[in-house]
Design a protein around this ligand. Structure first.
Ligand code: PLP
Length: 405
């Protein structure tokens, strides 16, 4: 007899990506030559976790008492201010009406969005390709996940698909919470163009007139895109009157400190009363979920964002890391074009998704060859963030059979 409640029995304990990564690491330790394109952390070309030295220094310089003490429930005010300033450096209208709460990474922000902007049993709406934990977070919060076809003609973002799905969802549940992960979408690597965003914003604005529509921008990979992300955030100002805007802010990738668990949910609400009410609800959720987040991590990231010397040096180091990644992206694109692989426009970010007829079958075949990718139904996800530039020809060679004849 199990004492677990019925709905929680039979849940997979291990994340499938972590399990694949373990197998790849074990085989490599036994001396096999392995290409491991499974895990979403940026490795240098020697296969070691890339850690920004200035970020590591800032973490080490946090005094013991800062690590030991509790943080305020909603986070250190200096951290929240610094996160808002960072995100909205070039979007003053968003900055003016922002309120934030500290969360353990962007994941915590996603959790708070689900809990506060959807009723139990209702569905998040996101793209047909999405980061798997969106479903886990929905399950845990007793919500569901619905998707719309991400790509339409010529592999462009399908704003018409979003329009149809959002309309149907509002008819059914009278409200909506849309998760959009851009730029450098996980798992496809896709970054929308301004034209695509304009179409998406038209759709959101239209539906925001008829029901409460909350839009969450998951910007976990924003610092690794080919274009300037902060300079384009002003595009969301037009949504302020129609939709509730949320941002899942994360220090995991931006500062290469995945395990530090620093992040924030940032909400933009022009009405002061509504803003205060959202701030209170988010703080309540913090108390009721993890109480408060690691104070030392927030202190370190605050310094990295606000100390002029540290901030300049961490930006310089991040640019180098981004160049390393962009070199891999360029190499992948060059080889993949020759191999005629089918995948969405890929300009930067940690991942790309290559389409095929049977993802699990292809991933298993590649695994036999010592090349690890993450299977999806009709695609495989390739984490270029973990693959040395020198291994890209072998990686693409293993992917080549995925191209249609
Ligand atoms: C799409 C996406 N969103 C959010 C996150 C959240 O990461 P964290 O909770 O470490 O900030 C990740 C991490 O892999 C991700 O891939």
């Amino acid at each position: 007899m199990s004492h677990l409640i019925a709905a929680h029995q039979g849940r997979p304990g291990d994340d499938p990506i972590f399990a694949l990564n373990k197998e790849a690491s074990d085989r490599r330790a036994r001396g096999e030559k392995i290409v491991n394109a499974t895990v979403g952390a940026l490795l240098d070309d020697a296969g070691k976790l890339a850690v920004l030295p200035t970020a590591a220094r800032a973490v080490h310089e946090v005094p013991a008492a800062e690590w030991a003490a509790y943080a305020p429930i909603s986070g250190l005010p200096d951290f929240l201010r610094a996160a808002e300033d960072d995100l909205f450096a070039r979007a003053p209208a968003l900055r003016e009406c922002a309120t934030a709460a500290a969360t353990p990474g962007g994941s915590g922000a996603l959790h708070h969005a689900i809990k506060n902007f959807l009723e139990p049993g209702q569905s998040i709406l996101t793209t047909s390709f999405y980061w798997g934990p969106y479903q886990t977070l929905a399950d845990e919060a007793e919500r569901k996940l619905a998707t719309f076809e991400m790509f339409g003609d010529e592999l462009r973002f399908d704003a018409a698909g979003l329009d149809r799905a959002l309309g149907a969802q509002i008819a059914e549940q009278k409200r909506a919470l849309v998760f959009l992960n851009d730029p450098c979408h996980n798992p496809t690597g896709y970054s929308m163009t301004e034209d695509e965003w304009a179409d998406v914003l038209d759709v959101l604005e239209k539906h925001g007139k008829s029901a409460p529509v909350t839009v969450l921008l998951d910007v976990a990979y924003a610092d690794y895109g080919a274009r300037d992300f902060r300079g384009s955030l002003g595009r969301f100002e037009r949504l302020l009157e129609r939709c509730q805007l949320l941002f899942a802010y994360s220090a995991s990738k931006s500062f290469t400190h995945y395990g530090l668990r620093v992040g924030a949910i940032v909400a933009c609400a022009p009405d002061a009363k509504e803003r205060a009410s959202i701030a209170a609800a988010l703080g309540y959720s913090c108390r009721g979920t993890w109480s408060n987040c690691v104070r030392g991590g927030q202190a370190a990231v605050t310094r990295l964002l606000t100390d002029p010397e540290l901030s300049a040096s961490v930006k310089r180091e991040r640019e180098e890391l981004k160049s390393l990644l962009l070199r891999r992206v360029a190499a992948f694109n060059a080889h993949a074009k020759d191999a005629k692989l089918r995948y969405p426009r890929y300009e930067g970010g940690f991942f790309v998704t290559v389409f095929c007829d049977d993802g699990p079958k292809e991933a298993a075949r590649m695994r036999e060859m010592g090349v690890f990718v993450v299977p999806q139904k009709k695609a495989v996800r390739v984490a270029l963030c973990g693959v040395a530039e020198a291994d890209i020809p072998r990686l693409v060679e293993a992917l080549a059979p995925l191209a249609k004849p």
